[in-house]
Design a protein around this ligand. Structure first.
Ligand SMILES: [Zn+2]
Length: 142
């Protein structure tokens, strides 16, 4: 289960709005507890580094990922996953999302319609990235 606290959720919503109609992306930091409950305490908004049409693609800069890893370690947190937005599209896990994901990590997808956040869902890829399962999501707006 992915449990998003109000502060990181606010960061994600602002970033998704600011990047619209392009996809936004970022990194989720927090703690993973027994029973597979992941609590996101910090969301790091990143630049979409994809070198092309960004309305339906995103890419994280490896430097940002490295920085987030370091920041997490400093605060005694871990990188729990990633987030990105789907402008004028539902929050689903696309074939591209699956191909570009990593096992274990949570992937939060935020649907943005007309510049406002509509809904969000979370997914995890299986070990060989051939399928994903939806992860239960708890966030201030859903
Ligand atoms: Zn996507």
């Amino acid at each position: 289960m992915l449990n998003l606290l109000a502060e990181p959720w606010g960061v994600i919503v602002s970033h998704a709005r600011a990047c619209y109609p392009r996809e936004c992306c970022g990194i989720l930091l927090g703690t993973a507890a027994e029973g597979d409950v992941r609590t996101v305490t910090t969301a790091v908004a990143c630049v979409n580094a994809y070198q092309g049409e960004q309305s339906d693609r995103f890419e994280l800069d490896p430097k940002d990922q490295f920085e987030a890893q370091r920041a997490a370690r400093r605060q005694g947190l871990e990188v729990l996953g990633f987030f990105h937005s789907h402008p004028d599209c539902d929050a689903y896990f696309s074939a591209t999302d699956l191909a570009n994901s990593w096992p274990w990590y949570s992937n939060l997808v935020v649907s943005v319609r007309g510049g406002e956040v509509s809904h969000a869902r979370a997914f995890r890829a299986n070990d060989n990235q051939t399928a994903s399962t939806e992860e239960e999501l708890r966030c201030p707006q859903s």
